[in-house]
Design a protein around this ligand. Structure first.
Ligand SMILES: O=C(O)CCC(=O)C(=O)O
Ligand SMILES: [Fe+2]
Length: 287
């Protein structure tokens, strides 16, 4: 008699079901990876002694652990900011952020969408920003950062996905009020893994597709706004006391500055922006 036949019928059925479910999930994860939706391997570069690769100090570690965020100025040099900004401008000129212009009744070119965010893979000078963030991740792994209270941080599984988000926010004369809020000139208060934890709402496929959101551990926001002035608005507002709005800190999106924050727990948003606001975002994932 085979081992299968010796099992009680109900157990056999369960095992077959579980095996089928696992096979299905493996297939869906492979599909998600193929589409670039799941984070890639996270090989981190060796310590290289550059500004971004320098060791994350113990003081900075304690600050990030306690506050849930940290501001690192001069993360990028002036030249790197300019190069990355030019690269974003080129993406914009090629309509990566909006559909092609159409003629309005007065003959002017208009676009059907306001500028927004776009996820990119490898892209010249923008990949340089991602590499700098990878170097920062290396420095974090080499430091004595212990993670946030009540989480299960494990430095050996921290990695940098191959993708990065770039955004141009605001600066248009007439933002389209019919568009989703993210295409306006601000972002509502949120956490970066929002909406990815409700299995019953997402369903099996939605759950698998949103795996990369659940893996987000640290959000790295790098700003490329040279000559940013107070009246330009667009500050990142962080809420260190959970969802409570009693206290907040506004952080100007100054060129070369990087803000690192806890993706699953630190609420943040972007205040209305009056000038074009350039930013890159990459998520360090735990997987
Ligand atoms: O651009 C920023 O400062 C923040 C963007 C953000 O919060 C997000 O994309 O999730
Ligand atoms: Fe965010």
């Amino acid at each position: 008699m085979s081992w299968l036949a010796r099992l009680p019928p109900s157990v056999t059925v369960d095992r077959v079901g579980v095996a089928a479910a696992i096979a299905g999930c493996v297939g869906l994860v492979a599909e998600a990876q193929r589409q670039g939706k799941a984070p890639m391997n996270g090989s981190l570069p060796a310590k290289d002694g550059t500004a971004a690769g320098r060791v994350f100090t113990s003081k900075q570690c304690r600050q990030l652990e306690q506050d849930g965020y940290i501001v690192l100025d001069n993360f990028l040099s002036k030249q790197q900011v300019q190069e990355a900004r030019n690269a974003i401008q080129t993406l914009d000129d090629n309509y990566q952020f909006r559909s092609s212009p159409y003629e309005t009744f007065d003959g002017k070119a208009a676009s059907s969408r306001t500028r927004d965010r776009v996820i990119i893979n490898r892209s010249g000078n923008l990949d340089m920003v991602r590499m700098q963030i990878s170097a920062f991740a290396r420095s974090l792994v080499d430091s004595d950062f212990k993670g946030f209270p009540r989480d299960d941080y494990d430095s050996t599984s921290l990695h940098v996905p191959s993708q990065m988000q770039v955004s141009i926010c605001g600066g248009l004369e007439t933002p389209n009020p019919d568009e989703e809020e993210s295409t306006h000139n601000f972002y509502h208060k949120h956490v970066d893994s929002a909406g990815a934890h409700n299995f019953f709402e997402l369903g099996v496929i939605g759950w698998i597709r949103s795996q990369h959101l659940r893996q987000r551990y640290l959000t790295c926001l790098v700003y490329l706004n040279t000559d940013w002035k107070e009246g330009d608005g667009g500050c990142l507002r962080v809420f260190p006391n959970g969802e409570s709005e009693d206290s907040y800190v506004d952080i100007a999106p100054l060129g070369g500055r990087m803000v690192v924050l806890s993706s699953p727990s630190l609420f943040h948003g972007v205040l209305p922006t009056n000038a074009q606001r350039y930013a890159c975002a990459a998520w360090l994932a735990l997987a």
